[in-house]
Design a binder for this molecule. Sequence first.
Ligand code: NAD
Length: 270
Amino acid sequence: MSPRVAVITGAASGIGRAIAQRCAGQGMTVVLADINAARLADAESFIGRAGGDLYSRVTDVSCADSVEALAQDVFARYGQVNLLCNNAGVLQTGVCWEEPAPSWRRAMDINFMGVLHGVSSFVPRMLEQAQPAHIVNTGSLGALLAAPLMGPYTVSKMAVRGLTETLHYELRSIGASVGVSLLCPGPIETSMAASAAGREHPSPTARALMTELMSEDIVPMSPEDCAEIVLEAVAEGRFWIFTHPEFKRYYLALADELVAERNPQYRTAW
Ligand SMILES: NC(=O)c1ccc[n+]([C@@H]2O[C@H](COP(=O)([O-])OP(=O)(O)OC[C@H]3O[C@@H](n4cnc5c(N)ncnc54)[C@H](O)[C@@H]3O)[C@@H](O)[C@H]2O)c1
């Protein structure tokens, strides 16, 4: 039997690269898609070949044509995709009333439209293939909880959550052999976290908020441990994938506020 095929966007770094490495370790054929060609080449040699094929393709998830070309290429080569991780994303921070429209658009184009393009190009093909398939869309704690200074990121990730839940209901309603999960990582040690810490914010309001957020006691997880959690959840067909269960108390607190119609209280940066 030919190896199962995984396609991972944002695969040149961090969580995506770790998921790709784990899939390769399981003997899957792995397609690495990322906008950064140099980092893709590095990721390919970092992962090495362990069983199935390893294939990289430069892809800009914010561009529908680029993702459609990826899907065409992958299905022409391998005829199936068993795991699609719509993972590429960027952190876009700033105070709501100060952040210019292009900053909001960048977050939406990459974090939300990037996932939507994956769904649009891959799901119809996955529904036609003989083998079952699973999709993991990367949200964040920001897909469930808002936080100051995280406006563009939070808005884009909440949209990913809405899309992913809707997709789950629709796929279940037609009895499809395609499953879907929403990955909501807590803090993971990747270059995204480092770039957030280093971002220069122009206004005193933004600088004060960023100082407050960064002083919180957050224990990051390695991308490798995150990838292990993801693949276990996929194997079990779980929709919600959480890396840091300690944050569940904030979901409960939010649910309490909703039911009691109390004003939301900000409790955590993540
Ligand atoms: N690191 C965390 O703490 C954390 C927490 C919650 C959610 N996430 C999410 O996890 C996902 C992966 O992030 P990461 O932490 O591994 O960051 P990362 O910066 O290490 O990796 C992100 C990758 O996405 C790629 N990318 C960016 N724009 C792209 C585009 N337009 N098209 C294709 N690829 C593009 C980058 O080149 C990079 O290789 C993101 O969606 C992020 O929002 C991360």
